[in-house]
Design a protein around this ligand. Structure first.
Ligand SMILES: C[S@@+](CC[C@H](N)C(=O)[O-])C[C@H]1O[C@@H](n2cnc3c(N)ncnc32)[C@H](O)[C@@H]1O
Length: 242
C-alpha cells in the first residue's frame, strides 16, 4: 500500500510506502516527522515539496503490468455507458494484470475476473493483495469454457478472441445487462459484432473509439501536445434484451 505522495515544486512525484521512515531521493532526504505532518516540507538539501495522503488512483498507477492494460479513458467509457455503481455485479475476462478489474472493483459491488494464463493470474493476485481489494475474485480459468456467476450486470472482455465467449455470456448476463468488448483491431471488432448479432440476444450494438488529446497550456502557447498516443482500442457495447 502507498501511504503518502510527495510532489516536488518542479512536479516530480514520489510514492512513499511508509510515512514513519525518512524518505531518501536525489533531492536529499525528507524527514519522517515532516512527511507524517504533511503539507509543505523541505529536504535536507533545501528542496521544497508537498505531501498529501495517497488515494486509489495513486495505488492504481503503481500496479505491476504484464500484458497491455486498458487505458483510463476507455475504462471511463465502460463505467459511464454501462452505468455501473455500488449495486452492480461484474464479470471480467481476461484479467491480465488486473487493471480493469481492480478499477471496476473500486466502483461496483462485486467482480469476478477470469484469466487463462497462470503467470498473469499470479501477477493479478499480487496486485489485488497489494491494493487490499476485497470484492474482486480472480479465477485461473478459460472464460469460454463457462462463467460460474449468474445474473450479472456487466461482462467486460479484453482478450484476443472475445467472440468465443458469447455462449458463456448468454448463461451469465442478466437481461438489461451489458457485454462490453475492448479490442485493439477491427477484425476482432467485426468477429465480435457478428457473433453478438447471431446470438440474437442483444440490442443497440455499438462500437466506439475514444480519442484523448493532451494540450500544452503555457501562457499564450496553447496547443495540442506534439507527442500523442495514437491508438489504443475499440469498445463495443451490446445490451442484452432477450
Ligand atoms: C490484454 S490482456 C487483459 C488486460 C486487462 N484487461 C488489464 O486491464 O490488465 C488479455 C488477457 O486475456 C487473457 N485471455 C485470453 N484468452 C482468455 C480466455 N479464453 N479466458 C480468460 N482469459 C483469457 C490473456 O491471457 C491475457 O492475460
Amino acid at each position: 500500500m502507498i501511504d503518502r505522495i510527495l510532489f516536488t515544486k518542479e512536479g516530480r512525484k514520489f510514492y512513499i510506502r511508509d510515512a514513519s521512515k525518512d524518505f531518501h531521493s536525489e533531492f536529499g532526504f525528507f524527514s519522517a516527522a515532516d512527511i507524517s505532518k504533511g503539507g509543505a516540507i523541505k529536504s535536507n538539501k533545501g528542496t521544497e515539496a508537498y505531501v498529501i495522503n495517497s488515494s486509489f488512483i495513486d495505488e492504481y498507477e503503481r500496479i505491476r503490468r504484464s500484458p497491455q492494460i486498458i487505458p483510463l479513458k476507455d475504462i471511463g467509457s465502460i463505467v459511464a455507458y454501462a452505468g455501473i455503481g455500488k449495486k452492480s455485479t461484474v464479470v471480467d475476462a481476461g484479467t491480465g494484470s488486473g487493471a480493469l478489474a481492480i478499477f471496476l472493483a473500486n466502483i461496483c459491488k462485486k467482480i469476478t475476473s477470469y484469466e487463462i494464463r497462470t503467470d498473469f493470474y499470479e501477477i493479478a493476485k499480487h496486485n489485488i493483495a497489494e491494493l487490499g481489494i476485497k470484492n474482486l475474485t480472480i479465477k485461473n480459468k478459460d472464460v469460454c469454457a463457462g462463467i460460474d456467476e449468474k445474473n450479472v450486470d456487466l461482462i467486460t472482455l479484453d482478450m484476443p478472441s472475445p467472440w468465443e465467449a458469447i455462449s458463456s455470456i448468454k448463461k451469465a448476463l442478466k437481461k438489461g445487462g451489458f457485454a462490453i468488448s475492448y479490442s485493439p483491431t477491427i477484425p476482432q471488432v467485426s468477429d465480435f459484432v457478428e457473433a453478438a448479432r447471431k446470438s440474437e440476444i442483444f440490442s443497440g450494438i455499438r462500437t466506439i473509439e475514444v480519442i484523448e488529446r493532451d494540450w500544452e497550456v503555457t501562457e499564450r502557447k496553447i496547443r495540442p501536445k506534439s507527442q500523442q498516443i495514437g491508438h489504443s482500442g475499440f469498445l463495443t457495447f451490446a445490451r442484452r434484451i432477450l
